[in-house]
Design a protein around this ligand. Structure first.
Ligand code: NAD
Length: 353
C-alpha cells in the first residue's frame, strides 16, 4: 500500500545557456549588494568573470577552495567574508567550492548563490562537511542550502572528459540510492529515474565531444535532479563506502563513486527489485549493476580501486570501518559481504548479474 512522507527543500533554479546574464538580478533578489565570490585556484579566471558581471556588487574573490574543506581554509574564508562585510557568497565551481560556501554559511548564515560547474549536486543539499586533523565531519543544516542556483551549461564545457564521466557517475549514485532509500517517495523516485536516463543519454556524447552544449545541458539537468535526490532522501551502503574510502584512504571523490557504484548496486539487487528495474529501464539495459559498470567502462572512466591508488592490504580495514555503526541499507550490511564487494571493486570485475 502506498505510504510515504514527502519533504522537499526550497530552492530557486535558473537553468540554461546564457543564464549568467541573470546574475546581477538574482543577487538583487536575495537583497544582497556585497558578494564574496569563491572558487578553486584552477577556476580563478571563471570566478573573475563572474565577479566582473557583478561590478561594484562583488567585494572580493577568495580562490583557495580545495577538496574536503579543511578547517583552516574555511576559517580564512570566513575571516575574509567578515573583513569585507560580505552579505552573500557566490560559489563558482564543483562540490569543493560549494562546500566552502557552506562552511561560511554555517557560522554566518550568509546566503549562498551557487553556480555549479561539475555534476556533484552539493548545491541542492543542506549537507556540509569540514575536515579537521584528517577527519571529515558532516552534518545537515538548512542555513547551508544555497538559496539560488544558476545552472549555466556553457561553464561545464571545460570539464575534462574524465571528470565529466566520473562526476556524472557520482550524480547517478545519488539517484540509484534514492530509488531504494528508506524514506523513498514517488516524486523523488521519478526525478531520480529521469536523471539516470538523462545521464545515460548525454554522458557518451559529452565524453566524445565536451563542447556539445545540448548534451552538456542534459547532463546538468541530470546533475540538478541528482542533487535534489541526495538532499531529499537518505543514502545507504554506496555513500557510506565512498565516504570511508575517501576519508580513510584519501581516494579521489568522483572516481571512487564511479568504481563502487556497480558493486553496491549488485550487492543490493535482490533486496531492492523495484529500484533495480527502474535503474535498468532508465539505462535501457537488462541488469542495473552491469549497465552501470558497462556505462562507466564505455566512458573510459576507471573501474578498479587498484587503479586509483587503493592497496589490497587496505581492503580488510575498509570493510571493518564500513560495517561499523549500523545504518539503513536494503540488504543487511555484513563485514564479509562488504569485504567481497570491495574485492570485486578493487579488481574491477564486471558484476555477475
Ligand atoms: P571539485 O569541486 O573538487 O572539483 C575538482 C576539480 O575540477 C577542481 O580542481 C576544480 O577546480 C575543477 N573543475 C570543476 N569544474 C570544472 C570545470 N567546469 N572545468 C574545469 N575544471 C573544473 O569536485 P566535485 O566532484 O565537484 O566535488 C567533490 C567534493 O564535493 C567532495 O569533497 C565531496 O565530498 C563534496 N560533495 C558534497 C556534497 C554535499 O551535498 N555536501 C555533494 C556532492 C559532493
Amino acid at each position: 500500500m502506498l505510504s510515504f512522507i514527502y519533504d522537499i527543500l526550497p530552492s530557486r533554479v535558473v537553468f540554461g545557456v546564457g543564464c549568467l546574464d541573470h546574475l546581477p538580478a538574482e543577487i538583487g533578489r536575495l537583497g544582497a549588494t556585497k558578494a564574496l565570490v569563491l572558487s578553486t585556484p584552477e577556476q580563478r579566471e571563471t570566478a573573475l568573470d563572474v565577479a566582473n558581471r557583478l561590478g561594484k556588487h562583488a567585494v572580493g574573490l577568495f580562490d583557495r577552495a580545495i577538496m574536503h574543506v579543511p578547517i583552516e581554509v574555511a576559517q580564512a574564508a570566513r575571516d575574509e567574508a567578515h573583513r569585507l562585510g560580505a552579505d552573500c557568497c557566490v560559489a563558482v565551481g564543483g562540490g569543493s567550492t560549494t562546500g566552502l560556501g557552506k562552511a561560511i554559511a554555517l557560522t554566518s548564515s550568509l546566503p549562498i548563490l551557487a553556480i555549479p560547474t561539475t555534476y556533484a549536486g552539493s548545491e541542492m543539499t543542506p549537507i556540509w562537511g569540514i575536515t579537521e586533523g584528517g577527519r571529515k565531519t558532516t552534518g545537515r543544516d538548512p542555513r547551508v542550502l544555497p538559496k539560488t542556483v544558476l545552472y549555466e551549461p556553457a561553464l561545464t564545457v571545460t570539464m575534462p572528459a574524465q571528470l565529466s564521466a566520473t562526476s556524472g557517475m557520482n550524480a547517478m549514485a545519488h539517484c540509484v540510492e534514492a530509488l531504494y532509500a528508506k524514506d523513498a517517495n514517488p516524486i523523488i523516485s521519478m526525478l531520480a529515474e529521469d536523471a539516470i536516463r538523462a545521464f545515460a543519454r548525454s554522458l557518451p556524447v559529452v565524453v566524445k565531444n565536451p563542447a556539445d552544449l545540448e548534451a552538456r545541458a542534459e547532463a546538468q539537468y541530470g546533475a540538478w535532479l541528482g542533487g535534489v535526490s541526495l538532499g531529499a532522501v537518505g543514502m545507504a551502503l554506496h555513500h557510506k563506502l565512498c565516504h570511508t574510502l575517501g576519508g580513510s584512504f584519501n581516494l579521489p571523490h568522483a572516481e571512487t563513486h564511479t568504481i563502487v557504484l556497480p558493486h553496491a548496486t549488485a550487492y543490493n539487487a535482490r533486496a531492492a527489485p523495484e529500484a533495480m528495474s527502474r535503474i535498468a529501464r532508465a539505462l535501457g539495459v537488462a541488469s542495473a549493476a552491469q549497465g552501470l559498470f558497462n556505462l562507466a567502462a564505455s566512458l573510459g572512466a576507471p573501474v578498479a580501486l587498484r587503479a586509483i591508488g587503493l592497496k589490497e592490504t587496505d581492503l580488510d580495514r575498509a570493510a571493518e570501518i564500513a560495517s561499523q555503526n549500523p545504518y539503513y541499507n536494503p540488504r543487511p550490511v555484513t563485514r564479509d559481504g562488504i569485504r567481497a564487494l570491495l574485492q570485486d571493486a578493487f579488481e574491477g570485475r564486471r558484476p555477475a548479474a
